[in-house]
Write a protein that binds this ligand. Structure first.
Ligand code: NAP
Ligand code: MG
Length: 405
């Protein structure tokens, strides 16, 4: 076995909850620690510790991510009233991902992991499609009103001195109906655009953005203008140097092109489009357990995680001593993504190579017919063995060790 690789600068590690916390430890013990001395700055985002620290641990982890530039995060429980009781919480703490996203001013990109034996539902898709969702504003921060009867709806804007500077009729109602007010911010759209360009550069894929600027000339038109400005000012040369293209088309056209494409692109989506399309793309690629997710800040800071949650049902089985067959692929890829990024930033090709080896071993294991139950249902040909959580990781570990001889 070659000498252990070492990382120079720190990766921020955020531990999490339930089944993913169990798998997290196994991934570290079986796949990372035997081969690498990773300099981690550890934060325990497990729900008990968030409660103990009044959620300050989440805030500290996010600031550490800004400082070090790379983080890897386990799935965490977002508490609701049931969880309040289950964990006897002081408070219904906010979603950790929401807290971290706000501090990093980041956008989330979901990237499927592809293997030869789990084929996408869309036959032309040969490479993965990364969906980036602008997670601010629009219909998600709306003001709505149910109109009960005849009357007039107007759009009014007053400046900070209270002086009315804009008024236009939305509709003169003859009878009942509905109205809705939405907004967005230039700064948020620009941050999103930067995060998209940073992610495309990192993954070395073309970037497509679509909106409805023919119909919504001012609102969607603004998205188009800001993307173009950010591109021209900050990314045109960088993308050209990397051989990456940026294309804006009408959203209808983007959807049609994505369906006919062979993949290998980043699809930047407005908030609602991203909400809907990311679920479509995820299900077309097979399994939630094969979906990774990366939070990218406008300055290129990255936090890697699995797109799925803490797999609560499997955890309860695990607690009762039953065997589980929980897929650790997305967690493994969260680690490899963070290690590769760390290696890139530190100029450490051996760290990047280890990240590649880790991913190759995991993919080869699935392609060799060893997989967990979720994939067994959709794999073709049928698996050679449906593995337990531990067996799958042991099989990956064996391949990884062999590849490093
Ligand atoms: P989930 O953990 O994603 O699991 C939903 C179902 O998807 C599972 O019951 C399982 O289906 C399947 N699944 C997901 N990941 C899998 C894997 N790795 N291997 C095999 N099957 C997998 O969603 P949830 O149960 O609705 O949420 C549980 C907790 O996760 C919640 O408290 C929520 O707040 C949290 N959550 C966290 C994040 C995050 O931190 N990023 C994201 C989403 C949810 P079967 O039961 O049919 O096998
Ligand atoms: Mg959705």
């Amino acid at each position: 076995m070659p000498a252990k690789i070492k990382t120079k600068n720190a990766i921020v590690e955020m531990d999490g909850d339930e089944m993913t916390r169990v798998l997290w430890k196994m991934v570290k013990d079986k796949l990372i620690r035997p081969h690498a001395d990773v300099n981690v700055e550890y934060y325990d985002l497990g729900l008990e510790n968030r409660d103990r620290t009044d959620d300050q641990v989440t805030v500290a982890a996010a600031h550490a991510t800004l400082k070090h530039g790379v983080a890897v995060k386990c799935a965490t429980i977002t508490p609701n009233s049931e969880r309040m009781k289950e964990y006897k919480l002081k408070k219904e703490w906010k979603s950790p991902n929401g807290t971290i996203r706000a501090i990093l001013d980041g956008a989330v990109f979901r990237c499927p992991i592809m293997t030869r034996n789990v084929k996408p539902t869309v036959p032309s898709w040969k490479k993965s499609i990364i969906v980036g969702r602008h997670a601010y504003g629009d219909v998600y921060k709306n003001t709505e009103y149910r109109v009960e009867g005849p009357g007039k709806a107007e759009l009014i804007f007053s400046d900070k001195n209270g002086k009315e500077t804009f008024r236009r009729t939305i509709h003169e109602f003859d009878g009942p109906g509905i109205i809705q007010g939405i907004h967005n911010l230039d700064s948020s759209i620009a941050s999103f655009a930067k995060a998209c360009f940073e992610c495309a550069l990192d993954r070395k894929v073309d970037i497509w953005f679509g909106a409805k600027d023919t119909i919504s000339k001012t609102y969607d038109g603004r998205f188009k203008i800001i993307f173009e400005q950010v591109y021209q000012k900050e990314y045109k040369d960088k993308l050209a140097k990397a051989g990456i293209r940026f294309a804006y088309t009408l959203i209808d056209d983007t959807v049609a092109r994505v369906m006919r494409s062979e993949g290998g692109l980043l699809w930047a989506c407005k908030n609602y489009d991203g909400d809907v399309m990311s679920d479509m793309v995820a299900s077309a690629f097979g399994s939630l357990a094969m979906m990774t997710s990366v939070l990218v800040s406008p300055t290129g800071v990255m936090e890697f995680e699995a797109a799925h949650g803490t797999v609560q049902k499997h955890y309860y089985k695990h607690l009762q001593g039953e065997k589980t067959s929980t897929n650790s692929m997305a967690l493994i890829f969260a680690w490899s993504g963070a290690l590769r990024k760390r290696g890139e930033l530190d100029g450490a090709p051996d760290v990047e190579a280890f990240a590649d080896a880790l991913e190759k071993s995991a993919i080869a294991t699935v392609e060799g017919g060893f997989m967990t139950g979720d994939l067994a249902r959709i794999a073709s040909p049928a698996p050679r063995r449906i593995c337990s959580s531990e067996e799958f990781l042991a099989a990956v570990a064996q391949r990884l060790a062999a590849s490093r001889k």
